[in-house]
Design a protein around this ligand. Structure first.
Ligand code: PLP
Length: 430
């Protein structure tokens, strides 16, 4: 391992004052070993660590950096907003502008409420769904991540539809007793759950393209089945587009698939690197939110003017004609090159991409379920991850994360990535 000196020093220092040395566990290198890189600055497709080493970055702040890091127009928007004051705790015109921008892009959304993170968005969406339907039960899918609210930190237990287990200490089993956990892409399981307790189900929450168990596409008919079941049983369909929103296409996953959710949650890209989240849907559903309705939801920094300025500038730039076609072509080109390199070296590997989101899998074909994701060769991933890092490419430090391509990952950057990958795949054989 070539963890360099200042990174090591910083990590040791961080571990004294911050649990595990990181402020979010996905940043730790626990599943791959070694020391996380401390980032000093970023520009376009590149990040530089505390030792001055440059990397091509495919984490992109876990999604927001779709325009590349530190896009000059986004930075300028932030600077201009900051000069007018950082926060007021009172409404601003920019909040209306971003609400209008989101509604204009996502036809399923008639109204939207801003929050400061994806976790807040999903937590609030679930409360809204329960309040609007007067029901308690929710359905989520194994391997989908919806932030760290108590009722969503749950995995399927042995009792299938009845007994679930919290995935975190500190979550009482009673807090997850209303959460049903089903298999992603399993229509029959969703049908069975609705058949047995359809009248009690407030909502189904789903990542319309799963991105938190690596990238897993919805099987043909899966989202349509969820839509049909929700409509038939009076439940609400919640698309968690915190990752996919404006990442897979100009209208998110709902635009790509043509399936219309009742509620959508957003974050990541809509903040352009600053903390912005949102949840929205039909006006009659949103009317349940305080101050109009009885579902309480609030936030001191919600709609923060500096964060909103970054989001608005980002959304505006995403409207450039051909942006998503170009982005999708870059991702596809990267994936094709990686597959070719793996094949040259006889490594079982496959990949997939949707817009600016990529999946890299150490197995022969892209996974279609949580179980198939588990079949990826983790040892190969760990080795590949460190080899890529040595050769100047920064991937997410886990075999179970999607990767993110930006508009600044030019052909030249992709060629450099593929040259590194060729060496990394070659080193797997030794
Ligand atoms: C990142 C993510 C979240 C959580 O967002 P935070 O801003 O980290 O709280 C929720 N849902 C999905 C699909 C995500 O990818």
């Amino acid at each position: 391992m070539t963890a360099t000196s200042r990174n090591d020093t910083l990590f040791q220092r961080a571990c004294r004052s911050i649990p595990g040395g990181v402020n979010s566990p996905v940043r730790a290198f626990r599943s791959v070993g070694g020391t996380p890189r401390f980032i000093a600055r970023a520009q376009g497709p590149y990040i530089w660590d505390a030792d001055g080493k440059q990397y091509i970055d495919y984490v992109g702040s876990w999604g927001p950096a779709i325009l590349g890091h530190a896009h000059p127009e986004v930075i300028e928007a932030v600077r201009a907003a900051a000069l007018n004051g950082l926060s007021f705790g009172a409404p601003t015109e920019a909040e209306i502008e971003i609400a209008e921008a989101l509604i204009a892009r996502l036809p399923s959304m008639e109204q939207v409420r801003l929050v400061s993170s994806g976790t807040e968005a999903t937590m609030s969406a679930i409360r809204l769904a329960r309040g609007a339907t007067g029901r308690n039960k929710i359905i989520k899918f194994e391997g989908c991540y919806h932030g760290h609210a108590d009722s969503l930190l749950v995995k399927a237990g042995s009792g299938m539809l009845t007994f679930n287990n919290p995935t975190s200490a500190g979550v009482p089993p009673e807090f997850v007793q209303h959460t049903l956990v089903l298999d992603y892409n399993d229509n029959a399981a969703a049908e069975a759950a609705f058949a047995s307790m359809g009248d009690d189900i407030a909502c189904v929450i789903v990542e319309p393209f799963a991105g938190n168990m690596n990238l897993v596409r919805p099987a043909p008919g899966f989202l349509e089945t969820l839509r049909t079941l929700c409509t038939r049983h009076g439940a609400l369909l919640v698309f968690d587009e915190v990752m996919t929103g404006f990442r897979v296409g100009p209208q998110g996953a709902q635009g790509l698939t043509g399936v219309t959710p009742d509620i959508t949650t957003l974050a990541k890209i809509i903040g352009g690197g600053m903390p912005v989240g949102a949840f929205g849907g039909r006006a009659d559903i949103m009317a349940n939110i305080a101050p109009l309705g009885a579902v309480y939801q609030a936030g001191t920094l919600s709609g923060n003017p500096v964060a909103v300025a970054a989001g608005l500038a980002t959304l505006r730039l995403l409207g450039t004609p051909g942006f998503y076609e170009d982005l999708a072509a870059r991702s596809a080109r990267l994936c094709a090159g990686l597959e070719a390199a793996a094949q040259r070296h006889g490594i079982a590997f496959s990949s997939d991409s949707v817009g600016g989101m990529i999946g890299l899998y150490f197995r022969a074909t892209p996974p279609t379920s949580f179980a198939e994701v588990q079949e990826c060769n983790i040892e190969h991933f760990k080795h590949f991850f460190h080899a890529m890092l040595d050769h100047g490419v920064h991937l997410a430090p886990s075999a179970f994360e999607a990767g993110f391509v930006s508009a600044t990952h030019t052909d030249e950057v992709i060629e450099a990535t593929l040259a590194a990958a060729d060496l990394a795949f070659a080193s797997l054989k030794r």
